[in-house]
Ligand binder design. Structure first.
Ligand code: ADP
Ligand code: MG
Length: 702
């Protein structure tokens, strides 16, 4: 059932590879064993499957294989412009051949009147085709053919070429291996699945990838490997989830508890949306099930995830357990703390805030109270997961804005209790379906697909600098109506000083345009200390200032319902989800709101796509899909997590259809055989074990 052990042998066993070349191959491409070489797939294919007659060549810039007699061969030009030219003639016509700086051996061996096979890219000049630097080989008679077929091209490096490890040697090595009837590669997909999905067998697919008959076949073979890769990704995630559900006990909160009920009946500041109610029910079921919850909560900006977090926490606290909410930034943690303290003011819940700037003295008290159980709800930043933080009984951990939080960090949290805490992960903005499936495929997913009532759509417009005066006019008319305005400047680490200058220049021009005493302006940026920041924010929140000039520190955590205009400066420099987050700061009150994206007139194609997307939709799910197309999955998830998706042949964006099929297949297999004990599933089991590297505990952690 497993691959033949000989596949583990070094490639140096193959003819032409030798020790030095083998070492180089390992250095350059990580290819050590014969097995590795089998999976060194061509980067592209050259189609030499048929001869063209010269009159058949139609389109410019296509690769063609032709055969004919060489004539009129001559060198023209001198020195650096010296080139070798000639013509190739067949029964239907002729074309030009040209070599710039022709190599000696060509000058010596090419002869007029000889029959040659020629391959290259045909370009049209006037009414004639010409091939520059063609591959050319002499034929001993007109009916001979050489190397007809699809030619794989393998990636190589300068070092490999210098060491003489040519395409030819690689191909020969592979040919030796794969022409054997059985070269020992085990099929690791069950035959039932292969039949059901009409996939090629693994051995056959490897043969096709390296020595295809035609290009369609290549696609089928590559798709099989893409499927296989995505199938095992999904299987691993689903298997993990299944094991988690079976083996990992979670504390059972049998009743929601009086605390939850009291809050729900008497202290809810608003009626929950149906989506919020549904999600809370899902969470409530998890918490009562006796199995550890691992749930991802997705919802757009402003969909009301915080209330869901609080209610989940209250269930734990009402059951004499504790709850923690972890936020990615100090500002957001502070904001959550303020909100929750006021919501809980008349209830017997002890709440504390722990961040990097909590004083040593306060810290000590917090640590003690967490350990004694005196403290029920702790809100904080990463400081919360540090080793010195211990709980009496942590029942629920809620991680807000998950994308900034790594798997390893989640696992630390996990170890903070004897029975692992229930975990609720909340995203800042929606994640595209394919990404959610591949990054969080082991989590259950809850969706808030509805915004609280009364939200008015935000009118979004893109304006260039030339429209600035009009924008100022508009801002004045909004302020005259009693509204407030944000103006946001980018702050990107690499050019912090430059950004700071932009911000200050902008601030000055705003001050000139909106003079005292008629207008009051707040300013907040990363260089200020937290007291000064808090002071300025409070002035804006209280309505003492009409304009808030800020860098992205306000991205999360500011809630001023009276603010109706969001002006984003140099909007082309912001990412899509950041723009969406920023826009979410307005449209929270009863007034019609506006988002104005300012940019120069010359912006990149990608930036234009982003701004157009912002103008055309307010749906975070749609925007996240566009973002994924633009940036690719690694970038979208942040460097911390991109390592979790080390896909070699597949791409979850381009191969999303295959991903969905792989997910379905993995579900289908596990539904029939959750322990993977059936004989036909031993291939899967072996591969899965290898992927989990025997480290089952790590795989439990989510
Ligand atoms: P997010 O999902 O972005 O974290 P928040 O939880 O911050 O959203 O909620 C955004 C705003 O909407 C807050 O001011 C919150 O009080 C309010 N809100 C949440 N749920 C409701 C609701 N059901 N009805 C009215 N307002 C709500
Ligand atoms: Mg939030």
């Amino acid at each position: 059932m497993s691959d033949h052990p000989s596949l583990k042998n070094s490639v140096s066993l193959l003819n032409g590879f030798g020790k030095h070349r083998a070492e180089l191959l390992n250095k350059e491409f990580g290819i050590e064993s014969l097995y590795d070489l089998l999976f060194h797939f061509p980067i592209r294919y050259v189609d030499k499957s048929r001869f063209y007659s010269i009159s058949e060549i139609r389109s410019d810039q296509t690769f063609v294989l032709v055969k004919g007699v060489l004539f009129d061969l001559r060198t023209v030009g001198e020195g650096r412009t010296k080139r070798l030219v000639g013509e190739l003639k067949d029964a239907t016509g002729s074309l030009d051949l040209v070599w710039f700086k022709p190599p000696q051996f060509l000058l010596k061996t090419l002869k007029n009147g000889q029959v040659y096979q020629v391959f290259g890219k045909a370009s049209r000049f006037g009414d004639r085709y010409s091939i520059a630097h063609p591959e050319i080989s002499k034929l001993s008679n007109p009916s001979e053919v050489k190397g007809l077929g699809i030619e794989p091209i393998y990636s190589s490096t300068e070092k490999l070429q210098k060491a003489g490890l040519s395409q030819r040697i690689i191909k020969e090595g592979l040919r030796k291996m794969v022409t054997a009837v059985d070269f020992g590669l085990a099929e690791n997909l069950p035959q039932t699945l292969i039949k059901k999905l009409q996939l090629p067998q693994k051995t056959e697919a490897i043969r096709t990838v390296h020595f295809p008959q035609n290009l369609n076949q290549v696609d089928l073979a590559l798709n099989r490997f893409k499927f296989e890769e995505l199938f095992f990704l999904q299987l691993r995630l689903l298997y993990k989830k299944l094991i988690g559900q079976k083996k990992i006990k979670g504390r059972r909160f049998e009743h929601v508890g009086d605390l939850f009920l009291t809050f729900y009946k008497h202290h809810l500041p608003f009626e929950l949306t149906n989506a919020q109610k549904r999600v809370i029910k899902e969470i409530r079921n998890d918490l009562g099930s006796g199995v550890q919850m691992n749930r991802l909560l997705q919802g757009d900006v402003g969909s009301g995830k915080t209330m869901v977090a609080l209610l989940s926490g209250l269930i734990a606290i009402g059951n004499n357990s504790q709850a923690a909410i972890i936020a990615p930034t100090e500002i957001l943690a502070q904001q959550h703390y303020n909100d929750l303290v006021s919501l809980l003011s008349s209830l017997p819940v002890n709440v504390a805030l722990l961040t990097g700037s909590t004083s040593k003295k306060d810290r000590k008290v917090i640590f003690e109270d967490l350990l004694s159980g005196e403290l029920h709800l702790i809100i904080g930043t990463h400081a919360l997961i540090e080793d010195n933080v211990s709980f009496k009984d942590l029942g629920v951990a809620i991680i807000d804005e998950q994308h900034r939080f790594g798997v390893a960090q989640r696992s630390k949290l996990w170890k903070k209790a004897k029975v692992p805490p229930h975990i609720l992960v909340m995203t800042a903005t929606p994640i595209p379906r394919t990404l959610a499936m591949s990054h969080y495929g082991d989590l259950d997913v809850s969706l808030i697909d509805e915004l609280p009532p009364g939200r008015k759509p935000i009118l979004t417009q893109h304006r260039t600098d030339s429209a600035r005066l009009k924008v100022f006019q508009f801002m004045k008319s909004e302020i005259a109506k009693g509204r407030q305005i944000y103006i946001v400047y980018p702050l990107i680490q690499e050019s912090e000083t430059l950004d700071y200058k932009d911000l200050m220049d902008g601030y000055e021009s705003i001050q000139r345009e909106f003079p005292l005493p008629q207008y009051q302006i707040s300013i907040v940026h990363g260089g200020m200390n937290s007291d000064a920041k808090a002071f300025e924010m409070r002035r804006f929140e209280k309505g003492e200032t009409q304009i808030m000039v800020a860098t992205t520190v306000i991205e999360v955590g500011v809630n001023v319902p009276n603010a109706s205009v969001m002006v984003i400066e140099s909007a082309e420099r912001f990412g899509l989800s950041q723009l969406h987050q920023l826009r979410g700061r307005v449209g929270r009150g009863a007034e019609k709101s506006y988002c104005i994206l300012m940019s120069g007139s010359k912006i990149s194609e990608d930036a234009r796509t982003r701004l157009e997307a912002m103008v055309s939709t307010q749906n975070g799910f749609e925007l996240s899909e566009i973002d994924l197309q633009l940036r690719g999955p690694g970038d979208l998830m942040g460097t911390q997590q991109s390592g979790t998706l080390q896909l070699k042949v597949s791409d979850i964006v381009k191969d999303s259809e295959i991903l969905y099929r792989a997910r379905e297949a993995a579900e289908w297999i596990l539904a029939r055989d959750p322990e993977l004990t059936l004989a036909e599933h031993q291939g899967i089991r072996t591969t899965l074990n290898r992927l989990l590297k025997g480290n089952l505990l790590w795989s439990y952690i989510s």
